[in-house]
Design a protein. Structure first.
Length: 279
């Protein structure tokens, strides 16, 4: 009798375990979507589960289309503002040629400020729409190498050394454009202030990718580090720009559930520590 009870119990356990396998498979697929490895839930499931899977896939598809529409509208806005800003810049050039130097300088300054404001708000809109989109991921190395090549050309006259030490396996959950925006601002800021060298490296820490950007410039005193991450604030008015760069990094990082902090660099200057969810 005892043997029969044990056999029945084992059979029941086996049946329960077998019935739960589709749910385990579904959980695995959902994790793949969440981590950016897949854009929809693949596989065939029992009749009791398949309707749920179909609804989830429909929701994912709806979300993706909504993001695409939002990004298209943001692109239309940028294109619509580009022409009038270019006209204003041409008017400033004409004023400069006619000897109205002060007026021309003011117009150029305001046009550049408007362009930066547009870039700032478009970046925020893009991130807000794509930050929570499953199935989106990008490699840190691809972004770091592309940006470093561009910055080496921009700052060629200064002979800066930009060192990239990023693992080819490190990827983050997010759009490539947003990673370029964040990392590009950090690298550009480092290049502006560096004496001779800038470096970017990455490592994994639990479920996050940590990106470190170092320079050998003058650095920023500790009491100013949180201040310069605020919108419109710069550590020194001698540097070109509108002061939006680091605040864009902060806002985009927060959209993706990440953080940005400023520290002392082993190179003697400033270290920017960008933490983003790994994919």
């Amino acid at each position: 009798m005892l043997v029969l009870a044990v056999v029945c119990l084992a059979a029941g356990f086996s049946q329960v375990r077998s019935s739960l396998l589709p749910l385990d498979q579904l959980r695995t697929r959902l994790s793949a979507v969440r981590d950016g490895h897949e854009r929809r839930i693949e596989g065939t499931y029992p009749a009791e589960v398949q309707p749920l899977v179909n609804d989830l896939n429909s929701l994912l598809e709806h979300r993706e289309k909504a993001v695409q529409r939002a990004l298209a509208k943001a692109g239309d806005l940028a294109h619509g503002l580009k022409t009038p800003l270019s006209v204003l810049a041409q008017e400033a050039d004409q004023a400069e040629a006619e000897g109205h130097h002060e007026v021309a300088a003011t117009i150029h300054q305001q046009v550049e400020r408007m362009r930066r404001q547009v870039d700032y708000h478009l970046a925020r809109a893009r991130a807000a729409n794509s930050g929570g989109t499953p199935g989106v991921h990008c490699l840190v190395l691809v972004s770091a190498e592309g940006l470093s090549r561009t910055l080496l050309r921009i700052y060629a006259a200064r002979g800066l050394d930009v060192e990239v030490n990023v693992s080819p396996e490190h990827s983050i959950r997010g759009q490539r454009e947003d990673l370029d925006e964040m990392l590009g601002n950090l690298l550009d800021n480092a290049c502006k202030w560096a004496s001779s060298a800038v470096s970017v490296q990455s490592f994994r820490e639990n479920d996050n990718i940590i990106i470190l950007v170092d320079d050998d410039g003058p650095g920023i005193v500790p009491e100013m580090r949180d201040v310069v991450l605020q919108r419109g604030v710069r550590a020194d008015e001698a540097a070109p720009g509108s002061g939006l760069g680091l605040s864009i990094v902060r806002d985009l990082a927060e959209v993706y559930g990440g953080t940005i902090s400023l520290e002392n660099s082993p190179r003697g200057g400033l270290r920017a520590r960008l933490q983003l969810p790994a994919s």
